[in-house]
Design a protein around this ligand. Structure first.
Ligand SMILES: Nc1ncnc2c1ncn2[C@@H]1O[C@H](COP(=O)(O)OP(=O)(O)OP(=O)(O)O)[C@@H](O)[C@H]1O
Length: 314
């Protein structure tokens, strides 16, 4: 379990992390979601010990690690750039990760074989990193982080260099291995769909503050504020001002019909595969809706909201 107690981090006078307290349970897949610059990477680096907290405490399995260096925290890390030794073969890269483990050579080899089979890199042991595809390098980097069997795995946008197809298979594999080894994981992303797909629980942060903590369904169905709602879902929610109130409505919750209460003009129509996404201008607002058929730009349409969330007075 990882415990953060009122953790704050300043760079100069700039508060990057603002008194964050949270628990990540043993074996939990915890995702930190936030936009660029929100403080995600800094929070992960604080847990790793790559940055020192300005105030607060960090505990791993009830041990206070606040003042310990990364090497003493029993963590594995995977970052965007996979940090493999270019002049070492895959097998040697994995051996280096076990350099300080007090187990004999045979056990080290067994562990490497086990994790390599799991991550489907067994056949790549004699290759140099440069001979591997991005997806293969990423799997080696994960193997490198896991082969020591750390208590905690920290991942910072580990899929961002992969193409779309590979991202899906890689995230499935990460989740499978994480559950099999029951490893407490903190995973940073700015991609809300990725967060919703992979997380046991999500912590949404903005400007260094923890805005909401919950399971994916809670965060999606019941965002606690406009800031959280604006980060979740693709296509995203529209925010409209109606009768002095700010209302958040998802594109799926807008129906186009002849007797609709509202009326506007379609300014854009995009094909998204199984539906079209249309943008409707009305009064000072823009609403996105999904439709089964293409609607020409410039058309007038009537519509209703079948579901929405009120976020306050506008
Ligand atoms: N070493 C540093 N010195 C000063 N400011 C920093 C330092 N590292 C990060 N920052 C600032 O702290 C803020 C948070 O940065 P951080 O990298 O944690 O955000 P992020 O959410 O991970 O963003 P991204 O998704 O773009 O990587 C940013 O405004 C950044 O400019």
């Amino acid at each position: 379990m990882i415990t953060l107690k009122e953790v704050a981090k300043f760079f100069g006078s700039f508060k990057v992390i603002d008194n964050i307290s949270l628990n990540v349970e043993k074996g939990e897949f915890f995702v930190i979601l936030g936009k660029s610059g929100s403080g995600k990477t800094t929070l992960l680096r604080l847990i790793a010990g790559l940055e020192r907290v300005s105030s607060g405490k960090i505990l791993i399995d009830s041990i206070d690690v606040t003042d310990l260096p990364p090497s003493k925290r029993d963590i594995g890390m995977v970052f965007q750039n996979y940090a493999l030794y270019p002049n070492k073969k895959v097998f040697e890269n994995l051996m280096i990760a076990l350099e300080n483990s007090r187990i004999d050579k045979k056990d080290k080899e067994e562990r490497i074989m086990e994790i390599s089979k799991e991550l489907e890199i067994y056949h790549l042991m004699d290759k140099y990193p440069v001979q591997l595809s991005g997806g293969q390098q990423q799997r080696v980097a994960i193997a490198k982080a896991l082969v020591r069997r750390p208590k905690v795995l920290l991942m910072d946008e580990p899929l961002s260099n992969l193409d779309v197809q590979l991202r899906y298979s890689a995230r499935k594999l990460i989740k499978k291995v994480q559950k099999e080894f029951n490893i407490t994981t903190v995973y940073v992303t700015h991609d809300s769909n990725e967060a919703l797909a992979i997380a046991d629980r999500i912590g949404v942060i903005d400007k260094g503050k923890l805005l909401q903590l919950g399971i994916p369904e809670e965060i999606y169905n019941n965002p606690s504020s406009e800031d959280v709602a604006s980060l979740i879902g693709n296509p995203p929610m529209s925010f409209v001002k109606i009768d002095g109130k700010i209302i958040g409505v998802r594109p799926d919750d807008v129906t186009i019909r002849n007797d609709g209460k509202y009326e506007g003009v379609v300014s854009n129509c995009e094909f998204w595969g199984s539906y079209y996404l249309i943008y409707i201008d009305f009064i000072d607002n823009e609403v996105k809706a999904t439709t089964k058929e293409r609607i020409k730009e410039g058309s007038r349409v009537k519509f209703d909201f079948i579901n929405y969330k009120v976020f306050g007075n506008g």
